[in-house]
Write a protein that binds this ligand. Structure first.
Ligand code: HEM
Length: 145
């Protein structure tokens, strides 16, 4: 076995990062309320986020969500500058939890995805009901009237 594998990102690292990050998010005076209003099952969200980071950093394809649609649904509760705060907090936790040579594997996708979510939430006009219907359709639920 090469050192490349041993030195790479691990599921344990991802889980520690995700749990520490969302503990910090929930304590954050600005971001905490946005998350807490929307998320009722935190264990489920944390598992989804472990799957998401595993798919990104380890290419496991475990994540099967709809991030753009889900974030569009909270656009009226979110401001563009919340993303800078999210990224700052994420960077602090990555620096604490992840070995320095691997930090870029989290920080680069986070910055890229934050930018694309921001574009989709604030720069492209969309109808919230349409977005909810699209999401329901993809998740096999009924349309909202
Ligand atoms: C202002 C910044 C952000 C806020 C307020 C926010 C808020 C949220 C909330 C409330 C949810 C749960 C949605 C639901 O289950 O209905 C969520 C899900 C999620 N977020 Fe964020 N988020 C932010 C930034 C980001 C960034 C930068 C990323 C990626 C790097 C990200 C990735 C995700 C993913 C993958 C999900 C799961 C989506 C799914 O289940 O389909 N978020 N976010």
């Amino acid at each position: 076995m090469t050192n490349e594998y041993q030195d790479g990102v691990s599921e344990e690292m991802i889980s520690a990062l995700v749990h520490r990050f969302y503990d910090a998010i929930r304590d954050d005076t600005v971001l905490g309320p946005i998350f807490n209003e929307r998320i009722t099952e935190w264990d489920h969200h944390l598992q989804t986020m472990c799957d998401f980071w595993s798919s990104i950093t380890l290419k496991t394809r475990r994540f099967q969500g709809r991030p753009m649609l889900k974030h569009q649904l909270i656009a009226d509760r979110t401001r563009p500058d919340n993303f800078a705060r999210w990224l700052d907090l994420f960077k602090q936790v990555v620096e604490d939890e992840i070995p320095s040579h691997l930090q870029v594997e989290f920080l680069e996708p986070a910055a890229r995805i934050a930018q694309s979510l921001q574009m989709g939430m604030f720069q492209v006009p969309f109808d919230k009901k349409e977005v909810q219907n699209q999401l329901n359709l993809l998740e096999g639920k009924n349309e909202v009237a």
